[in-house]
Write a protein that binds this ligand. Structure first.
Ligand SMILES: NC(=O)c1ccc[n+]([C@@H]2O[C@H](COP(=O)([O-])OP(=O)(O)OC[C@H]3O[C@@H](n4cnc5c(N)ncnc54)[C@H](O)[C@@H]3O)[C@@H](O)[C@H]2O)c1
Ligand SMILES: N[C@@H](CCO)C(=O)O
Ligand code: NA
Length: 440
């Protein structure tokens, strides 16, 4: 007797929570690709309802009869619940309700996963249902599944990610077209990359949520948003971007998850990336995640990390995985926290600094700065001096010069302390900028 074909099987009921940038594309693809999705999943995927705030808003390609403001009963009737409404509540309560009712959950909600993921994972494990979240980190780019499954036999040492499309777009526009921060953010909003509140992008919090998720997966350790030291791009100036180019670097907002001698470090900050590093070539709103693993070596995952259709691609991949388990049995991976490594504070992270100083341009100044760094145990990799166009003052007749010092690696705490000491030196007029260097 032949096995039943995918179309003979009972349809799996899919409930969609949210029909915005991502949800509208999930709805479109579920409808347009129904036959292929049924064949791949092993059963038809039937969109049974779409929860929205306002049913009177027309949604192109979505049957208005499917729209509802009452998400609870929709969730109760579903086999697979797709949460793309974002925010904390009601998303959290609805996902827990779905799990308690035995439905699989697919979510793109990195903010919620990074703060409250453990409660959701525990509920899913207890109920024996799948919770998938590929779209939560770097949109379309397969990175959750590769780290969770493909690299499960290896040891990840470090993850360096450009995981926020909005800020990468902004930094790229600043360096190529001279566009200002606010203007570039407005463009990213129009293109559907930015969060509902773009300060989550610009302030680094969106990337920090993704760093927490990546660190948890890579190091089999529970890392939440509170563990991630976070700096955004608001202090990056046109000068920083221009000096980066002059010293052979590009400014990128990086999410970093790293195995250190004492545990695990997770942080987000702007950094100078050498122009020949693969991450330096990631332009516009594109994302990339660079993974250094013990046996695999260096890997880079690249593609569209934001936008409706790309993010919907990741969501639907997860829907198909969950559907296959419904049809064939089995279950996706559970939360893995067995290593339980200590999460170390950002001050003990090992990094390098590039410090730009404005100094009095007279003999011996460079030696004085170099001496102080040596005293503090920070070794210098490169020094560059350039004249400043700032007019000379009475006490500095020979004028001022820029001094750009790139250090070798040291702890964040040692480097920060050294910068403070340098700032107090007599010939130092100003610390113009301090940026970390990563990827070298
Ligand atoms: N836009 C992207 O590029 C992108 C990429 C990856 C992940 N995400 C994540 O996907 C999720 C959705 O993002 P988006 O850009 O589609 O957002 P959006 O603001 O465009 O859409 C949200 C939708 O959810 C609905 N909604 C919100 N609160 C609701 C409530 N209380 N009841 C009923 N409906 C409600 C809204 O009406 C809207 O239809 C977020 O978690 C976001 O972080 C977005
Ligand atoms: N606002 C996010 C969306 C993807 O998570 C970004 O700009 O990358
Ligand atoms: Na992804």
């Amino acid at each position: 007797m032949s096995s039943p074909s995918s179309t003979d099987r009972r349809p799996l009921r899919v409930a969609l929570l949210g029909c915005g940038v991502v949800g509208s594309q999930v709805a479109r693809m579920l409808t347009e690709h129904a036959a292929d999705l049924a064949a791949r999943a092993g059963a038809p995927l039937e969109l049974v309802g779409v929860a929205v705030r306002d049913v009177s808003v027309p949604r192109e390609g979505v049957d208005p009869a499917l729209l509802t403001t009452d998400a609870g009963p929709l969730v109760d009737a579903a086999d697979i619940v797709v949460e793309v409404m974002g925010g904390d509540e009601p998303a959290r309560g609805l996902m827990l309700r779905a799990i308690a009712g035995g439905a699989a959950v697919v979510t793109a909600n990195k903010a919620l996963l990074a703060s409250d993921g453990p409660a959701l994972y525990a509920a899913a494990d207890e109920a024996g249902v799948d919770i998938y979240f590929e779209a939560a980190v770097a949109g379309a780019i397969p990175i959750v599944r590769p780290v969770r499954e493909s690299l499960a036999g290896d040891y990840v040492r470090k993850v360096l990610g450009i995981v926020n499309g909005t800020t990468n777009y902004v930094l790229d526009q600043m360096s190529t077209t001279g566009l200002g921060l606010d203007e570039a953010v407005a463009q990213a909003q129009q293109l559907g990359y930015a969060e509902a509140d773009p300060t989550a992008d610009v302030g680094g919090h969106d990337a920090a949520a993704k760093a927490a998720i990546l660190a948890s997966l890579a190091f089999h350790t529970r890392v939440t948003l509170d563990d991630v030291a976070c700096e955004g791009i608001t202090s990056i100036t046109a000068d920083d971007v221009a000096w980066a180019a002059k010293t052979g670097h590009v400014v990128k907002l990086l999410a970093i998850a790293e195995r250190t001698p004492d545990g695990v470090s997770a942080r987000v900050h702007p950094a100078l990336v050498p122009a020949d590093h693969p991450l330096a070539g990631v332009r516009g709103a594109f994302n990339a995640v660079f993974v250094e693993a013990e046996a695999a070596g260096d890997l880079m995952f690249y593609g569209q990390g934001a936008g409706g259709a790309p993010t919907a691609s990741a969501v639907l991949g997860d829907v198909v995985s969950a559907a296959r388990h419904r049809v064939l049995g089995g279950k996706g991976p559970e939360e893995s926290t067995y290593a339980a490594l200590p999460v170390v504070p950002a001050s003990s992270a090992i990094t390098r600094y590039q410090v730009r100083l404005l100094v009095v341009d007279r003999p011996g100044v460079l030696a004085q700065v170099a001496h102080l760094l040596a005293d503090q145990g920070v070794s210098i990799e490169a020094v560059r001096q350039a004249p400043s166009d700032r007019p000379a003052g009475v006490d500095e007749p020979s004028g001022l010069a820029h001094l750009i010092i790139t250090t070798h690696t040291a702890t964040e705490a040692a480097l920060a302390g050294t910068v403070e000491a340098v700032a107090a030196l007599d010939p130092v007029r100003e610390i113009t900028s301090v940026l970390r260097v990563e990827g070298a």
